[in-house]
Design a protein around this ligand. Structure first.
Ligand SMILES: C[S@@+](CC[C@H](N)C(=O)[O-])C[C@H]1O[C@@H](n2cnc3c(N)ncnc32)[C@H](O)[C@@H]1O
Length: 430
């Protein structure tokens, strides 16, 4: 069915995974396809033009908001209309958790599950402690920032209102090294709220570069830069920091290249929720996609032993250092989990409790089928992508594990990203 490349009037009734408004064209009798429109909100009537069409849907470009949702606000960031870093700067911060709940409810509806509890973020701006920016050399300076939405073009971000102070400071200092950087590349940063460290892949560690980094970059806030290039790694200053220590929990180690959750306050809430849902007391725990030990340190407080598996060697090294330093009952193993799970299932290995936190891709149907056999009682599945979560849960529930709780966390306000924790029991026991 052809859709003329003219403007259409669309009524938005829902929000899709990824944050786009979902709607239908009005006054067009025969056009039954669903429209997906970035920047449109439920309850709005908008004018849009098709930018991509498929059999069942049309991706529309927002031309005009004809009648606005009460949740539409003026973005706090002056770059919101061009920068692809945040897709929801135009959404009232208080309304974002409700939209995220609706996305997860929609993704899990066919499994008969819905969100039980939604934890809003205490802060909407200045919360983000980990980011990856792109750069391109331009003259003596740098274009340094995020890519435009659905484009490779770079937006120069002098100061990002979502990043925390130390991270903004660290990225800004990188501009001083512009002439010595490759023509284009990426920079990773992580902060503990007071100091920050950067990671520069593709930057060859030489003595001269070490000296330059010390002279131009490091100060009392930017305390270290990790260089990686030509298969060599080098640390200038201190390149690992401690995150999220506090009452009853030991801090974990993090570096610019290892994964850590984007927000300190919500991560504390997430870790405590996972520990409470897991009920690890005296149990043999298999933790998959363990990272540098974010959940491991909480599970190990009461578990008999935690077998923590992770695919990044750097994260495994942090996790081992944490376990040795704090004498935690943890075995940290480096492995590819999608390959490991079928082997464990084949060898009839079982664990009382499995906690997993895969990347966006989820674990996939084959590994989920193996997980269903390996987990003898309880599974706590932490996900950052509701659609791959739904796909994996379909396999687990079909194999007899029942969903007993779904809780979501708004870890990254101003974006449609959602952290979902699903607790399952075999046979539906609580
Ligand atoms: C979403 S992070 C979670 C890390 C940790 N649970 C946390 O909260 O900080 C996913 C982790 O899975 C690891 N990973 C990705 N793919 C993997 C794979 N195929 N096998 C093992 N680990 C993998 C990444 O290195 C990353 O540390």
């Amino acid at each position: 069915m052809d859709t003329p490349l003219t403007t259409h009037t669309i009524e938005i009734h829902a929000v899709a995974h990824g944050g786009a408004g979902v709607g239908r064209a009005i006054g067009e009798g025969t056009e039954t396809r669903t429209w997906l429109i970035d920047g449109a909100l439920p309850g709005e009537r908008v004018a849009a033009r098709p930018v991509k069409t498929a059999k069942r849907w049309i991706r529309g470009g927002l031309e005009q908001v004809i009648s606005a949702s009460p949740n539409r606000v003026t973005p706090a960031c002056s770059l919101a209309s061009v920068c692809g870093g945040c897709a929801w700067q135009h959404v009232d911060a208080k309304a974002q958790i409700g939209l995220k709940r609706a996305i997860v409810d929609g993704a899990l509806r066919h499994l008969g599950a819905k969100v039980n509890k939604a934890v809003a973020s205490p802060a909407a701006l200045g919360y983000r402690r980990r980011a990856r920016l792109h750069y391109q050399r331009q003259g003596d300076g740098l274009i340094l920032g995020f890519r435009e939405e659905r484009s490779h073009a770079l937006v120069d971000v002098a100061r990002c209102p979502v990043l925390d102070g130390p991270l903004n400071h660290a990225f800004a200092r990188l501009r001083g090294l512009a002439a010595q950087l490759p023509a284009e590349g990426e920079v990773f940063g992580v902060s503990d709220g007071t100091v920050a460290v950067l990671g520069l892949p593709g930057v060859r560690p030489t003595e001269a570069m070490d000296e330059l980094c010390r002279a131009v970059l490091l100060d009392e806030v930017l305390i270290g830069v990790a260089l990686r290039g030509n298969r060599r790694r080098h640390s200038v200053g201190q390149t690992s920091i401690e995150l999220d220590g506090g009452v009853g929990i030991v801090p974990m180690l993090a570096g610019p290249f290892s994964f850590s959750q984007a927000q300190a306050a919500q991560n504390r809430a997430l870790v405590e929720h996972v520990a409470a849902a897991a009920q690890a007391n005296g149990k043999r725990v298999l933790e998959l996609y363990a990272g540098s030990g974010n959940f491991t340190r909480a599970l190990a407080r009461t578990a008999q032993r935690v077998w923590a598996v992770e695919g990044s060697r750097e994260s495994v090294a942090y996790l081992r250092a944490l376990s040795e330093d704090r004498k935690l009952p943890v075995n940290a193993k480096h492995s590819n989990i999608e390959l490991l799970l079928p082997k464990l299932a084949k060898n009839q290995k079982t664990y009382d409790l499995v906690v997993l936190d895969p990347p966006r891709a989820g674990i996939g149907e084959e590994a989920a089928a193996a997980l269903a056999k390996v987990a003898s009682d309880r599974i706590v599945y932490v996900s950052c992508d509701p659609s791959t979560l739904a796909r994996d849960l379909a396999v687990l529930t079909k194999a007899g594990h029942q969903i007993v709780d779904v809780t979501i966390f708004d870890m990254m306000p101003m974006t449609p990203e959602i952290e979902t924790v699903v607790t399952l029991r075999s046979g539906g026991r609580r």
